[in-house]
Design a protein around this ligand. Structure first.
Ligand code: RM4
Ligand code: MN
Ligand code: MN
Length: 426
């Protein structure tokens, strides 16, 4: 299925006058306070978030998986799905591939299809948390950290192959998330596991083309229960520093223990020029991977406040690789992704509204009440007219979810692909 430009224009006709009224009203009141609305709209219009190739079908839990009709059965169909979301939102202009779930058969054809859908290839992800059919060694007891040389070599070789695949597609970064860890005290020697991991990562790092970056993801638990080798941002940063300049920490919102102050982590990593990638999702308890902004929208806003501050004040930090890392058990994956994109844009817009100078002055005057007022003034502003305006400007629709339903996208996909297709992934 492909959405035509004319369809988008028709969809916008009914909502445009209501949008204009709201947008003009908001612009007027914001401009009075000295906000540069145009600048915010441009920033929102530029902001692109990669969609992971594994989030387009139904996800599961260890208890089961309930499939969703019309799931993409191939990489081509996954790219088409992202193209659909992108044409409605103009915010999803990239895909992040997980290898070997999504190895292209025909590179040229995939590249052409992606270009046709205006999709770029973002970070490629390696997978050493599952054993593959024809694989010699098992990752049951770890991969890059394993005590066995043969296992480590196999895992290193896999990462190098992922770099090669990504390079052929035009990716510029590798994301390494390790499941390595232990489920029982005494199972692993912490020091040996970390040393092996560092050496393996250096080997992979040295294999990357000179313009590539490595993102090292951390996670406190799961799939193992007692410990993970890269449990937190400190460990990730230590490993990144051990690899070199082009290795960075990746923050996945769901990879923190309850109540961790993620915004502070973001801030410190950017100060050190070491925040490379970002995975959006939301959670209540663990790595729940649910819709961005569905549980803790204020926390997301505070995180964006630090991201915006860092983007404005930390030239030492590279441009970030943004990605949604979510899994969809109940909702239509495409609708869920659209909701996530909307939440990200909203949090970003609100953070851009914060009067940074006033905040700094209030901090210096130790006016704690004022500090909170400044943050909450921005947070309480309904910024949706700004997000809609940015979408309109770039050729998207005013209301993507309504448009998705009106166009009966899912029904069409089911007609084209059938009810029982299954997407690769988790
Ligand atoms: C992990 C982690 C990685 C993702 C896998 C599928 O929990 O978030 O980023 O590649 O899940
Ligand atoms: Mn992740
Ligand atoms: Mn995760």
């Amino acid at each position: 299925m492909k959405i035509q430009k004319q369809q988008l224009e028709d969809l916008n006709k009914s909502g445009i006058s209501d949008h204009k009224t709201k947008f003009d009203f908001l612009t007027q009141s914001l401009s009075k306070d000295g906000t540069d609305v145009e600048n915010i709209i441009n920033k929102l219009a530029e902001f692109q978030v990669a969609i992971p190739s594994w989030a387009l079908g139904a996800g599961g839990t260890r208890f089961g998986r309930f499939s969703y009709g019309g799931e993409p059965a191939s990489l081509e169909q996954k790219i088409e799905d992202i193209g659909l979301i992108h044409s409605l939102t103009q915010t999803a202009g990239a895909v992040s591939l997980h290898i070997p779930w999504d190895v292209p058969n025909d590179y040229q054809a995939i590249k052409e299809l992606a270009a046709l859908n205006k999709i770029k290839f973002d970070a490629v992800n390696s997978n050493t948390f599952q054993d593959q059919k024809d694989q010699k060694e098992t990752y049951k007891y770890g991969s890059l950290s394993n005590t066995s040389v043969a296992v480590r070599e196999q895992a290193i070789a896999h990462n190098k192959e992922v770099i090669e695949i990504g390079n052929k597609l035009g990716s510029k970064s590798l994301t390494v998330w390790l499941a390595d860890g232990a489920s029982f005290p005494g199972q692993n020697n912490f020091q040996t596991a970390l040393t092996h991991t560092q050496n393996s990562l250096i080997d992979i790092y040295e294999d990357m083309p000179a313009d590539w970056k490595m993102f090292i993801e951390y996670k406190p638990y799961e799939p193992y229960f007692y410990s993970t080798v890269i449990q937190d941002w400190g460990t990730s940063l230590m490993l990144a520093n051990g690899c070199g300049e082009r290795a960075y920490t990746l923050v996945d919102l769901g990879h923190h223990l309850p109540n961790t102050n993620i915004e502070q982590i973001v801030s410190i990593l950017m100060l050190k020029g070491k925040l490379g990638g970002f995975h959006f999702n939301d959670s209540k308890y663990g790595d729940d991977d649910i819709t961005v902004g569905s549980i803790k929208p204020y926390a997301l806003f505070l995180i964006f406040n630090e991201l915006v501050y860092g983007m404005q004040n930390n030239p030492q930090n590279p441009e970030l690789g943004w990605m949604i890392d979510a899994s969809h058990n109940l909702k239509d994956p495409l609708e869920d992704l659209i909701q996530s994109l909307e939440a990200i844009q909203e949090a970003y817009a609100k953070a851009l509204l914060i009067d940074q100078n006033a905040l700094r002055a209030a901090q210096e005057a130790h006016d704690v009440t004022r500090c909170q007022e400044i943050l909450q003034e921005a947070y309480r502003t309904d910024v949706r007219p700004l997000v809609r305006e940015a979408r309109l400007k770039t050729g998207g629709v005013i209301n993507p979810i309504a448009a998705y339903r009106k166009l009966e996208v899912r029904e069409q996909l089911i007609k084209e692909r059938g009810k029982n297709t299954i997407a690769t992934g988790l």
